[in-house]
Design a protein around this ligand. Sequence first.
Ligand code: C2O
Ligand code: CU
Ligand code: CU
Length: 506
Amino acid sequence: MNRRDFMLHTFYASLAVALPACSPKDKKPHGDMAGMANMAATPAAAQPLAPLSALPKNLPLQSLPLLANQSADANAFKATLTAAPMQYEIIEGKPTEVWAYNGSRAPLLIELVEGMTVEIELINQLPQPTTLHWHGLPVPPEQDGGPMEAVPPNGKRTYTFTLPDDCAGTYWFHPHPHHVTHEQVFRGLAGALIIRPRTPDALSGLPETHVFVTDLKLNADGSIAENDVNDDMNGREGQFLLVNGQYQPMLDLKKATRLRVWNGTNARFLNLQLQDNAGATQKLTQVGTDGGLLTAAQTHDELLLAPAERAELLLNPNSTHATSFKLNAAAYNQGKMGMVQATPASTLVDLTLAGTAFKLPSTLRNIVPLGDAVHQQRVVMSETMSMANGVHDMKFFINDQQFDMNRVDFTSALGVVEEWTIDNISDMDHPFHIHGGQFQPIQRERLDATKGAPTKFAPSWKDTINLRSGESVRFKMRQTHKGVRMLHCHILEHEDAGMMANVHVV
Ligand code: C2O
Ligand code: CU
Ligand code: CU
């Protein structure tokens, strides 16, 4: 069955199961379609979602709460993170059970410095095993919170590692247990992590603002919605896009500002766009990626931040009069399967910007190319679709296999440069992520060369990169610790459904 037939088949099958008396011309908008799929799968669980008016908006943006350092030693960081359920009123009068670190409603921020020795204790008060994964950090595999080393309920463990030099950048942390990473993240477990350079970088003089984006799929009764079949297939998106835990907050900036943006959602593609109050698109100035500053700033009309990607932007005023903007996530079509609408546009932050323009240095940083690769590695991301009893079933694969914790899928050699080629032969976008640190993207091309010429990447360090259907991306990477790493799609529903593989570094 080709994709289009599959979609139609899926659509009619879901009508037949959910609403026998309904005809295709009664086609409803997105929310109702999602509800129908949910009814078909779990009739008792169908719940109306909270309307967008249920959450207050335009409140001043709060900073991310900083995780305090308990160490007296300036070269060390020591803290405890307790993961536990807690209740609070997201909708007034209707308490929501969320899962949080240290009882914080907003995502926490961990600030580290290059070269630091880090010791963070995890206490698990969740009803499930959990881990702490340091997304993008060059830490040893056994300290990186993989699913093989889950901490059971009521258990604890301490993660310790020493940061190398030259790893300043914008990272994050989240759980990585087997099969339930998506659930732990959608219930609230994820936080920001910044590694500061030991000596100031080209933009260290600027004030910073942090925009940690998550999303929330909330029922009208205040409970967090369960995933429906469309969420499992395409990745879950909530109706509320949150910034630092707030819905469409306001940000008032009086100076040129370094803005760090994290996509901490399960599956939402953030097509970042800056819009002025006349509705016109303004250029976005990007100064950094996942692994720190770019060598030179880039300007974009839109900047796609796929799930798990980060970017640093410069918001630069051009007059002392405050100008209003919206930082939006513009509409994006990642090729969702089933009768599901493409991700609609949404505002992240309303902001005003004033002050004098900052003179951006032409060179932000030096990135030394990794050089010739000693090995080649090839990853193919694919899918299969089937219809059994009128219910669509999709499976996602890495090199034709689903994840098995006990199988080694790739072998990498310690300390040498390897060139990885990732092909996406499936019908949707998949953000590819590999553990162990940062890679250098080389080029992006179409698998069908008649569809366009390859494009080279400007120098950068990244740990997550999006691949559209029919794309291939090449990057170079050097693994710096022995042990078992993982690579996977960072749509967390896909990861948990097995779109993940082990890389044994020897
Ligand atoms: Cu943020 Cu294995 O991932
Ligand atoms: Cu990771
Ligand atoms: Cu995926």
